[in-house]
Design a protein around this ligand. Structure first.
Ligand code: NAP
Length: 493
């Protein structure tokens, strides 16, 4: 069986001790083993800081962007679209930022009576290493989307994929190393348990984490993180909502767009997307029709091995994930009524389950719907009065999320819902039937910020050039105007 090695200090290294076995979730066949025991993580971080950091900082944004372009080209072998698109987008941002090595932040300001006394903010790359820990559900995209922002900003990266799905990130790394795409020390990969990795970080380092809220909380509470103000970005759980407006009558184009988005989000990647719709808010008058239409759509979804042509939904990623989802469904069932499917075990091997649509009465407490993310093909139908303020109040019970969507053309309703739920989200998707090839709310685009307040972790990634900010230090320069302008390369006027 293949042993997945880590790429640390610019060489492939193998952990010792007990290994974790990675299995094919469709067949439960063992695929590979991994261990990080015995690896010198402190030395790997120091190598990145000393070797990769200075190299990246000596390059301009355009030159760093060229590396991202080459990463995207190498990645093409995988056909991992999201990863490639994100790298390409950041390569273009690098080209646009040009020959500069740091960012000039806004216009300078006159600080006193004399125009000579001048202030200017700039953002410079931090001198540490960017540790990036990813969740199991987006192994290639997770690596690419985080690394793109950090490398373009000028920070070396140590990426740690979730162990259960690390094979994809490992293959990406193999190709990048084989093709010598990146300069030494700029990208490392740790496969296997994180061990004490977050505890090894200091004041110039940053940690970008994606995963469960519980792990995020543990990382944030580490003494070194608190003492040295280690910059931490957390992308965590989210109870994303889709709100159907009262004007979107069943059978109409807007209604059909809404149905399509809910069905796609419930079943794509077997619902294992942090941005998937979990709570479906519908005006009470249309609740039964929506339930029947969604059930009809779910009935047509063939669950099975993704290797088969007819399969429309594959398995969950691991046995523990399946157990976790089943437990989550049981909690929902204790409060509501299954309208479609169940989490009963399916015959045969593999971590498969049926999609599950839950139904709740209008005004039901539905505490678990608003408190626990069930990370699988599961959504809950919540009828509301049809008033924007009522929908917004229900959505807000999720305590902060990555994205929610609204389907309406009624300007007053939209304004009420958007203003009510915007403070609770990083992104709002306004569904419309006229948007051609709409990816729906579940797709994260590199041009827009990804992250959300509260339960979602309070983090922010991507968003074009905004994504660089996490890896850079903003500093205010205060002094003589000509001196500052010469320093930052602005022509004095
Ligand atoms: P997890 O158990 O928290 O694991 C996430 C990552 O953290 C894995 O790489 C894991 O490594 C590592 N890890 C575990 N314990 C750690 C510790 N004490 N210190 C440092 N790293 C540690 O979460 P998961 O079950 O893989 O992911 C599912 C969750 O991720 C869902 O709740 C989902 O909503 C969330 N998610 C959020 C986003 C987003 O962008 N907001 C995207 C995707 C997923 P090992 O695998 O080696 O244990």
């Amino acid at each position: 069986m293949k042993t997945l090695r880590s790429y640390l200090g610019d060489r492939w290294v193998e952990g010792s001790g007990a290994r974790q076995t990675l299995v094919n979730p469709a067949t439960e066949e063992p695929l590979a083993e991994a261990s990080s025991d015995g690896l010198d993580l402190a030395a790997a971080l120091e190598h990145a800081r000393r070797k990769g950091g200075p190299t990246l900082r000596s390059l301009s944004f355009a030159e760093r962007g060229m590396f991202l372009k080459e990463m995207a080209n190498s990645d093409a072998k995988f056909d991992v679209d999201g990863a490639i698109f994100t790298l390409q987008t950041y390569a273009e941002i690098g080209t646009a930022l040009g020959a500069a090595k740091f960012l000039v932040d806004g216009d300078g300001v006159q600080l006193g009576r004399s125009p000579r006394f001048h202030g200017q903010h700039i953002s410079v790359p931090r001198h540490g290493v960017a540790v990036q820990i990813n969740a199991f559900n987006f192994p290639a995209w997770g690596l690419a989307e985080k690394a793109a922002s950090a490398l373009l900003a000028g920070m070396p990266v140590l990426s740690k994929p979730a162990t259960s799905s690390a094979m994809v990130a490992h293959r990406v790394m193999e190709i990048l190393v084989e093709k010598k795409v990146l300069p030494e020390g700029t990208l490392s990969l740790l496969v296997g348990a994180p061990r004490d990795l977050p505890a090894l970080l200091g004041a110039q380092d940053v940690l970008a984490f994606t995963g469960s809220g519980d792990t995020g909380m543990r990382i944030r509470a580490l003494p070194n993180v608190i003492r040295d103000s280690v910059r931490v970005n957390v992308e965590a759980d989210s109870l994303n909502a889709a709100v159907l407006g009262p004007d979107a009558e069943p059978g109409g184009d807007m209604y059909e767009t809404f149905l399509k988005d809910v069905l796609r989000d419930m079943t794509q990647k077997a619902g294992q997307k942090c941005t998937a719709i979990r709570r479906v808010l519908v005006p009470e008058a249309h609740a039964a029709t929506v339930r029947d239409d969604l059930a009809e759509g779910l009935k047509a979804v063939r669950v099975g091995n993704p290797a088969l042509e007819e399969t429309r939904m594959g398995p969950l990623a691991s046995g523990s994930q399946l157990a976790d989802v089943r437990e989550g469904v049981a909690r929902l069932v204790a409060e509501g009524k299954p309208a479609f499917g169940s989490s009963a075990p399916l015959a045969g091997k593999g971590f498969f389950m049926s999609p599950v649509l839950m139904e709740f009465a209008k005004g039901a407490l539905a505490a678990s719907v608003h408190a626990r993310e069930v990370f699988g093909p599961v959504a809950s139908l919540l009828p509301y009065s049809g008033k924007g303020a009522d929908a917004a109040a229900i959505v807000a019970r999720g305590n902060g999320g990555l994205v929610s969507s609204v389907y309406s053309e009624d300007a007053a309703f939209l304004e009420e819902v958007v203003s009510g739920i915007a403070p609770y989200h990083g992104r709002l998707f306004l569904g419309h039937p006229k948007i051609e090839m709409s990816p729906g709310p579940g797709t994260v685009l590199p041009q827009l910020v990804h992250g959300g307040p509260g339960r979602a972790g309070g983090g922010e990634e991507l968003g074009g050039v905004r994504g660089l900010a996490f890896y850079m230090q903003r500093v205010a320069l205060e002094g003589s105007r000509p001196v500052i302008q010469k320093l930052i390369g602005v022509q004095s006027s």
